[in-house]
Design a protein around this ligand. Structure first.
Ligand code: PMT
Length: 420
């Protein structure tokens, strides 16, 4: 299981340090990895040397630090060979500049040359100011790396060195060390040349859900006030439909229960159209006994009007008071069945994303929850998800919703199969 740190004996990584303030954390990362039995060879960019000295890293690892490909002491080919002999190259911290370089395949210093010439997995832990992280160019580059099969570890949101708060902090050192060790362990079990199955990232590959029956809810619900008015929300259905398509691509038998949207149904899914939360609940109840996996992406209205009027309510000068009743919680109902399918929830929060999402996963008693910032996610073409499961959290960096849905489904499939 991810999250349990067992020794990763006889494994060897190149720890690449690039020039950001989080470089000082690389010392602790090297120490934690070595404690787990991992051999660490450090390679630094020139810029990284302004933030942490090679002498520190050399003293910690007991090996000379590689910096310059023109270094007379050893020839550059030997340096490249070191990258090739490693079980992984881990770049921590990875600056926006270095990520851009990797995305373009540039090789203008020793570390980037090692990355380009490598014969092993590349793990990248971004660390930068929130605006650099949010910049479209960085997001494009990160998405490109993910498509190239690179593992993106983090970043997370929090207070930054510059005093600002937001997304871009490097994953905490312990968490990073855990991710690296888990990666190295998974390599032991599946063999060096084969790709890892089910890792979170944006890799479009691997899992097969052939024959697995899946129910996915999507879109908003509409709670009538009268014949022409109602309560709804801005969910477009894009995320849920993308999840349905991604599941269908993996061979799952998908039933998509959708509130009102303007979208075409993905090819091959069984579509059930509903309007209100009560109808969605009915549709789910009828089909859930046969389901293996349930994914609630719908933004279900939490309340409905106690007595909707069959006719249009006439305007008057006085206040109009509506009594609202709570709607059934569909996901909580499914998760509480005696033999529930594997349940995945979504959480759209406008603040305190981690705290609320963690509480929601617990309250609904579900193994996996995908959290997103409501104001960025709803209606948008792109999104960013943080997955919460028993092993902790996994960031799926900003990408179009189908790319994210594919990555999410890889993770869902892996957890689902682990439970069988
Ligand atoms: O449709 P898009 O425009 O693409 O936007 C996508 C999205 C923002 C709607 C989606 O990514 C998302 O976050 N969906 C869940 C939104 C939501 O209602 O979250 P919630 O925190 O209120 O609900 C938590 C979970 O319980 C969800 O899985 C929800 O489907 C489920 N739920 C909630 C209430 C209820 N009565 N029944 C439920 O099943």
């Amino acid at each position: 299981m991810r999250g349990i740190m067992e020794p990763a004996q006889q494994k060897h990584i190149v720890l690449g340090i690039t020039g950001g303030i989080a470089a000082y954390k690389a010392a602790e990362l090297a120490r934690l990895l070595m404690k787990q039995g991992v051999g660490v060879q450090v390679a630094m960019t020139e810029a990284a040397c302004h933030f942490i000295t090679p002498a520190t890293m050399q003293a910690l690892t007991g090996r000379p630090v590689l910096i310059n490909q023109w270094d007379a002491a050893e020839n550059g080919m030997a340096h490249i060979a070191m990258g090739r002999a490693a079980d992984a190259i881990v770049i921590a911290p990875a600056t926006a500049d270095f990520i851009a370089k990797l995305a373009l395949g540039l090789a203008d210093d020793l570390l980037s040359t090692m990355c380009l010439a490598r014969d092993c997995q590349l793990l990248v832990a971004p660390a930068m100011n929130r605006q650099m992280w949010g910049n479209a160019a960085t997001q494009r580059n990160v998405a490109q790396l993910a498509r190239d099969g690179v593992d993106i570890l983090g970043p997370v949101s929090g207070v930054q060195a510059c005093g600002e708060e937001g997304m871009g902090r490097m994953l905490e050192t312990e968490e990073l060390a855990r991710e690296v060790v888990v990666f190295l362990q998974s390599r032991s079990s599946v063999g060096r040349a084969s790709a890892r199955q089910g890792d979170v990232g944006l890799k479009p590959d691997l899992q097969n859900l052939s024959g697995v029956k899946m129910i996915i809810t999507a879109g908003p619900t509409y709670e009538a006030i009268d014949a022409v008015r109602g309560i709804t929300n801005r969910s477009s259905g894009k995320m849920g439909y993308a999840v349905a398509q991604a599941a269908q691509e993996l061979g799952a038998e998908v039933t998509l229960i959708s509130g009102p949207t303007a979208l075409h149904k993905p090819h091959g899914v069984q579509a059930v159209d509903v309007i209100s939360a009560a109808q969605m609940f009915d549709a789910v109840q009828q089909r859930v006994p046969a389901a293996d996996i349930f994914i609630g992406v719908a933004a279900v209205a939490d309340y409905r009007v106690a007595q909707a009027s069959a006719q249009k309510i006439k305007k008057s000068d006085g206040n109009l008071i509506l009594e609202l009743l709570p709607n059934p919680d569909i996901l909580a109902y499914v998760a509480s069945l005696p033999q529930p399918p594997f349940c995945v929830g979504f959480a759209a929060e406008s603040e305190n994303l981690r705290e609320y999402a963690t509480a929601k996963r617990k309250a609904k008693n579900i193994p996996l929850l995908a959290a997103n910032l409501a104001q960025q996610a709803i209606g948008a073409d792109e999104n960013e998800l943080i997955l919460f499961d028993d092993a902790g959290e996994h960031v799926l960096p900003r990408a179009d919703k189908l790319t994210l849905a594919r990555a999410l489904l890889q993770h869902v499939a892996k957890l689902y199969k682990d439970r069988l």
